[in-house]
Design a protein around this ligand. Structure first.
Ligand code: UDP
Length: 324
């Protein structure tokens, strides 16, 4: 199978490329390396440094290659930045994605796997969140992903482009073999930040609010191992190849862990002291975000392997220890 992985040098994309390599796929990675790392691309036959804004480059790429499937991991992902610089998010996440889809249509490539997000649901009306939950994003990041999901529905109807949108809850963890991990700059995600406080790279972790309506007052999230996410992508490709039906799936373990519980597990796993600073709430953070992934389990046959926080944190810690 020939697969184009856009954003294959990033955190989730690079784990996907490794997994696809192990399954014997022919992989091309397209990445502008704005936040990805060339050395994270372990298995691609070809790494092309290029930007989705470049329509001529896309046209040539699709003219010269026969891709069966396109996977799209490349996007801007910082919620706070999306509020202060929405233009960047609508350009990178929406316009550039449209360039990619239009090149696919022009060259007859009809299968697309899209990295979507729990942020399309906005403030939860109920939890766990299933696919029927109303979609009401509360920031430009969530809007940008929701717009692409809408575009994909319309492109399916009009042009027969089949897509699977996978809404990640909190992607976390690292390659269990230690070859890949999370390398965002700046890092904003909880688990790597707590582990950096454990390793001494940071002085402390700031807890964003302890006055939420949860048991210990801190926010609850659904952390899902990056390899489990990758497995869901693989199953989504197989579904597209088998029955050619578009699909939308929420991906999480279905278990919520509070910020305090994450810190406690990080203390256990690392054996290190971790200093906590009590901070204010971060704007736009819902108290609880937990996925109902029943549909992914029943339709894709997805079964997360790492549904305990300890193995997620252990893999992330192995990576952090070797890269701090
Ligand atoms: N969080 C925190 N301190 C930090 C970073 C995150 O308390 O330095 C909290 C954040 O408020 C949220 C949870 O950790 O409740 C997960 O945040 P993250 O940014 O990792 O993912 P998000 O849920 O925003 O996608």
């Amino acid at each position: 199978m020939n697969i184009l992985v856009v954003g294959g040098a990033g955190y989730i994309g690079s784990h996907m490329v490794k997994a696809l390599g192990e399954k014997g796929c022919n992989i091309t990675v397209l990445d502008n390396l704005s936040s990805g790392h060339a050395d994270a691309v372990l298995a691609a036959g070809q790494l092309i440094e290029g930007d989705l804004a470049n329509v001529a480059m896309l046209d040539q790429l699709f003219a010269e290659n026969n891709y069966d499937v396109v996977m799209h991991f490349a996007s801007s992902i910082m919620v706070g930045e999306s509020v202060t610089d929405p233009a960047k998010y609508y350009r990178n996440n929406v316009s550039n994605t449209q360039n990619l889809l239009d090149a696919m249509i022009k060259h007859g490539v009809k299968q697309f796997i899209f990295s979507s997000t729990a942020a399309i649901f906005g403030e939860p009306e109920y939890t766990p969140i299933d696919e029927k939950h109303p979609k009401a994003p509360i920031n430009p990041y969530g809007h940008s992903k929701q717009m692409v999901e809408q575009m994909l529905e319309d492109y399916d109807r009009a042009y027969g482009l089949k897509s699977v949108c996978l809404r990640y809850f909190n992607a976390a963890g690292a390659d269990p073999e230690g070859e890949l991990g999370e390398r965002h700059d700046p890092e904003t995600h909880l688990i790597p930040l707590v582990l950096q406080a454990a390793s001494g790279k940071r002085d402390a972790i700031t807890v964003f609010g302890r006055d939420y309506d949860t048991e210990d007052g801190t926010c609850i999230r659904d952390y899902i191992h990056v390899n489990d996410l990758c497995e869901a992508h693989w199953l989504a490709i197989k579904q597209l190849q088998n029955d050619g039906k578009s699909g939308r799936f929420n991906l999480g373990n279905g278990n919520g862990f509070s910020v305090q519980q994450v810190i406690d597990v990080c203390r256990d796993v690392t054996g290190k002291e971790i200093t906590i600073i009590e901070g204010a709430r971060r704007a736009g953070d819902p108290a609880v975000l937990v996925a109902d992934a029943t549909l992914a389990r029943s339709e894709l046959g997805w079964e997360p392997q790492y549904n305990d926080l300890k193995s997620i944190v252990s893999h992330a810690w192995e990576w952090e220890k070797n890269h701090c």
